[in-house]
Unconditional design. Structure first.
Length: 71
């Protein structure tokens, strides 16, 4: 999927990796996953039910593993 331009990856503290798309991801089990979105959020905490994509599951727990009260 070469686009002829540099890829930008932004690291969000306590959150996902934001990658300018489209992207092709090779997972640890050898599966290739693609997304043609403008920006793709990749899970860094492995809590996502949509891994390797972020579903904001990291927001439900603090870094110490203590759950936040529901708002």
């Amino acid at each position: 999927m070469p686009t002829g331009r540099e890829t930008r990856v932004r690291i969000e503290p306590g959150g996902p990796l934001l990658v300018e798309g489209p992207v092709e991801i090779l997972t640890e089990d050898g599966e290739t996953v693609t997304s043609d979105r403008f920006v793709v959020a990749l899970c860094a905490c492995r809590r996502s039910k949509r891994y390797p994509f972020c579903d904001t599951s990291h927001r439900r727990r603090s870094r110490q593993g203590v759950q936040r009260p529901e708002e």
